[in-house]
Design a protein around this ligand. Structure first.
Ligand code: SF4
Length: 894
């Protein structure tokens, strides 16, 4: 294999290019690809740590039936037989595929072809349903096609960038970096509309902490204001669009005056007016939105409320202008292109008569599906009710990520035949599988992905898959052939699959459909191998790729016109009540991805947020008698979780936030999907994941423990625990309510009961116990137990594992549960790239007079690689510079 390979980051929808190199010892290193147009060499903390995740320890290596490892032939024969038998007995709609935005486009393509063209059902849906289905509906209603009109460059060319329901700094960090650089260069105004004050607000000129669920009203008010302010672009709106009158009528009714809207949105009238002034006055405006808009029972209407404002002003498809949906997953867009959603056909076609006929003829499909299939939440309901009897889950973990996670588990448990193909050896979903199939993962996969700006890039392999792992597209084709569809799935290479996908996109297209990559429909294997990133459409007319669309109309509705959609505010379907008085918002954190199967392998990523947590405002916390570091029990009508409390004054009273990353594999009672109801948007089927009524109470454990061990902790059983990978160790935090009388015995079990040298300290009356095992003077495990919330810092505890030999001072430190004498505790991680903790930064501020983010970077390197931690460093500076003698420091800083 080549020593430097250009490929694409497997995490978020920014789709950064990376260059992977291998040194003479076989170690990989990952750098940003300076030539990739998504990132021009930049990476975020997750992308920078990719090389650390290239370990095969937790991989699934063989197909497994029940508990028994088996060969591929037996596993695939069984799958083909069970699916064929189920279809024969109960019809095509009795089977389903649940796939993932992690899949390569080629795997998505053949899965969709098998289900919709050959099995004859459209019961294939994707976890991207949870991410951006509302944007798909919004686009299709307004543009007649699922098209993102702009390009990332527009964020740099804009004079005003409005970020709605998107924590760009943490969830699309390289886009955030590009925007921050543009702001620095030419003073781009940035407005953040988000119920939470997030890290993204660090570069905001204005933060509008909108009341959860009131976005439609805000953008309706903006539409009214744009109209009364004569901001209507007559050429554009009159020639290229229709439906404005009805949309305006609805907007005027919904948003009668500024005062009413400000009140409904929970915003200061002055700020709202200022935002409207800026929007009205700025031609070059981009509105970026993501899950905060999409994950809502009125997600599609929110999208159209935003699009209406851009259609009225004609701010679309021009440099520095446009609405911009950014996707969460690396290949959510690729999935959309091949029809990975149950309600679409391949190549951005729909279930209309002409398209069904066209796709049927192209595929020569014997059993063409003629109606949409079940969307994710409905699909799992159908599994639960017994309607779906055979289910194949590919590269996703619905037992964690779907709403009503417990009901999903019940459904999987009841389902007569479940196949899971994944790269990991265990996750919460796999325990319900009848057949497990080992797949390749990033670094081994070959294919293409599409990022949020319609840019198709190659993912290229650079390491051999371990064990018997195979490519998803290859596995699906093998099953299809065994089901009797030999010719249609006779692809020998991934390049052949891509070629067919490209040909279908151009088939009877003639510019009628947005997705067209006919310009590369005859790509041979060599050309596919070296394919450079490009944006679609890339039609066969030789005009090249199209950077922007709709600047001069040419929408894909039947009459070629963009459509205003009349929308009105509908309150979220979930309501707070006396019993569930708080609104839970969910989302991602900076350094983790999905259920942490990859980011959880990187020690430096693990420590930024090491436990499942609940962010709550200090005033609400006071009322509930919660302090920083306490544990909170969070209940909704659907389930219960236990989360570590973090105080955050960026949250509005009555609202809390929890991340989505924890599963039963890395925690106990940390799956927030258990809390979320299966309420969905009526048009998009996307669940309302940002607005769950919950009750919160202090959880009072009798004891808490921190176990750091070179061997993976086993025998863990406590009401609460959460585990992460540290440097050369596993770090697990426990809390329990059961009485433990023999702590020594417990500690021995946690440490693997090795015969190493033991250090012990016990203070039963004070409720404190500490144990450590040493081998040749090096620590093997360290166990700290307390009946208070005063466990040592993870960073300090883990640092002891880097020492080759512990001296007397280190030993006493371990038994004391804190750094001995003058030893320094770096504190919780801020900069993952250079492992710089909060205490290190505080010390630099106090002792080295580092009063700016740049000065801290110069002194400690923090923030100088990917820059993802810069907002946190700035927040730390703000706190430190306004504390006790802060006035003087602040003056110096300014
Ligand atoms: Fe990967 Fe970060 Fe780029 Fe997203 S922003 S693609 S996570 S490097």
């Amino acid at each position: 294999m080549a020593s430097a390979v250009r490929t694409t980051c497997p995490y978020c929808g920014v789709g950064c290019g990376v260059v992977v190199s291998k040194d003479e010892n076989g170690a990989f290193s990952v750098k940003g690809d300076p030539e990739h147009p998504a990132n021009f060499g930049r990476l975020c903390s997750k992308g920078s740590a990719l090389a650390e995740t290239l370990v095969d320890d937790s991989r699934l290596l063989r197909p497994i039936i029940g508990e028994t490892p088996i060969n591929w032939k037996a596993a695939l024969d069984l799958i083909a037989t069970e699916f064929s038998k189920t279809i024969e007995q109960h019809g095509p709609d009795s089977v389903a595929f649940y796939v993932s935005g992690q899949l390569m486009t080629e795997a998505y393509y053949v899965a969709n072809k098998l289900m919709k063209g050959y099995i004859g059902s459209a019961n294939i849906d994707t976890n991207s349903r949870l991410c951006m289905a509302s944007s798909v509906v919004g686009h299709k209603r307004a543009f007649g096609s699922d098209t993102v009109p702009g390009t990332y460059r527009d964020l740099e060319l804009a004079d005003l960038v409005v970020l709605v329901g998107t924590n760009l700094a943490w969830c699309h960090p390289v886009l955030y970096q590009r925007l921050a650089a543009a702001k620095k260069e030419h003073g781009t105004k940035v407005v953040v509309i988000d119920p939470r004050r997030t890290a993204t607000c660090d570069i905001a000129d204005m933060h509008l902490p909108i009341k959860s669920g009131s976005d439609v009203r805000l953008f309706n008010a903006l539409l009214s204001r744009l109209a009364t302010d004569n901001r209507l672009n007559p050429t554009f709106a009159e020639q290229y669009t229709e439906g404005l009158d009805k949309a305006l009528e609805a907007a005027n009714e919904d948003a009668p005056n500024l005062r009413a809207v400000a009140e409904a949105c929970g915003l200061p009238m002055r700020d709202l007016a200022q935002f409207f002034d800026w929007f009205c006055a700025t031609d070059k405006t981009v509105t970026v939105y993501s899950q905060g808009v999409n994950q809502s029972s009125q997600g599609a209407d929110k999208v159209n409320a935003i699009l209406n404002c851009h259609l009225l002003t004609g701010r679309i498809g021009q440099p520095g202008c446009g609405p911009f949906s950014v996707t969460g997953q690396p290949n959510a867009m690729g999935g959309r292109e091949v029809g990975g959603l149950a309600n679409t056909l391949a190549a951005h076609m729909d279930f209309d008569t002409d398209s069904i006929d066209r796709v049927q003829r192209f595929w020569d499909a014997p059993n063409m599906a003629t109606k949409p299939g079940l969307k994710a939440v409905d699909l799992f309901d159908a599994v639960h009710s017994g309607k779906i009897k055979a289910l194949w889950i590919m590269a996703t973990n619905p037992a964690v990520s779907l709403p009503e996670a417990d009901k999903v588990r019940e459904a999987l448990n009841k389902c007569p035949f479940v196949v899971v193909s994944d790269c990991v050896s265990s996750n919460d979903t796999m325990q319900y599988a009848d057949v497990l199939l080992p797949t390749t993962t990033w670094g081994e996969r070959d294919g293409t992905v599409t990022n949020s700006e319609r840019r198709i890039s190659r993912q290229r392999p650079f390491k051999r898959p371990p064990g018997d792992a195979r490519e998803d597209w290859d596995i699906i084709c093998d099953v299809a052939r065994r089901m009797g569809y030999k010719d249609a799935f006779s692809f020998e290479t991934v390049a052949e699959v891509f070629k067919e996908h490209a040909q279908l996109s151009a088939f009877e297209n003639d510019g009628q459909r947005d997705f067209d990559i006919g310009g590369i429909a005859h790509l041979g294997p060599q050309a596919y191998e070296v394919l450079e990133p490009f944006q679609w459409p890339l039609r066969s007319d030789g005009k090249g790729e199209q950077e922007r669309l709709f600047g001069s109309g040419a929408f894909f509705a039947a009459n070629g016109k963009g459509q205003f959609i009349a929308v009105s505010h509908r309150p979220p379907e979930n309501h707070i009540s006396e019993r569930f008085p708080f609104i839970l918002n969910t989302g991602r954190v900076r350094d983790h991805w999905h259920t942490m199967t990859r980011t959880g392998l990187s020690p430096r990523l693990a420590l930024h947020r090491s436990e499942p947590f609940l962010e709550i405002g200090p005033d609400d916390a006071d009322v509930l008698h919660l302090s920083e570091g306490d544990l909170a029990e969070v209940n909704s009508p659907k389930g219960r979780v236990l989360l570590r409390v973090r105080l955050d004054d960026g949250l509005q009273p009555g609202t809390v936030f929890a991340p989505i990353h924890w599963s039963d594999t890395n925690s106990a009672n940390g799956v927030v999907g258990r809390l979320i109801a299966g309420v969905t948007d009526p048009y998009s089927g996307q669940p309302e994941s940002k607005h769950t009524p919950v009750a919160i109470a202090k959880f009072l454990p009798k004891w808490q423990a921190l176990v750091v061990s070179r061997i993976k902790t086993s025998g863990a059983s406590a009401e609460y625990w959460a585990s992460v990978t540290g440097h050369d160790c596993t770090i697990t935090t426990f809390a329990g309510t059961e009485d433990i009388t023999d702590w020594q015995k417990w500690a021995r079990r946690m440490s693997g009961d090795s015969g190493h040298e033991w250090l012990t300290f016990s203070d039963p009356s004070g409720g404190r116990h500490r144990f450590a095992t040493l081998k040749n003077g090096r620590v093997e495990s360290a166990i700290f137990v307390s009946n208070r919330n005063d466990l040592p810092s993870l960073e300090w505890a883990q640092a002891q594992f880097a020492l080759d030999r512990l001296d007397e001072r280190d030993r006493s430190g371990l038994l004391a549960g804190r750094p001995a004498n003058d030893a320094f505790d770096p504190g919780p991680m801020v900069c993952s790239c250079f492992s710089v903790g909060v205490n290190t930064i505080r010390r630099a501020i106090a002792e080295q007079n580092t009063l700016t983010v740049e000065a801290i970077g110069a002194a400690l390197q923090a923030g100088t690689n990917c820059g993802s931690c810069k907002p946190e460093i700035q927040a730390l500076l703000d706190t430190e510079l306004t504390s006790a003698d802060g006035n003087m420091l602040q003056q110096e800083a300014s």
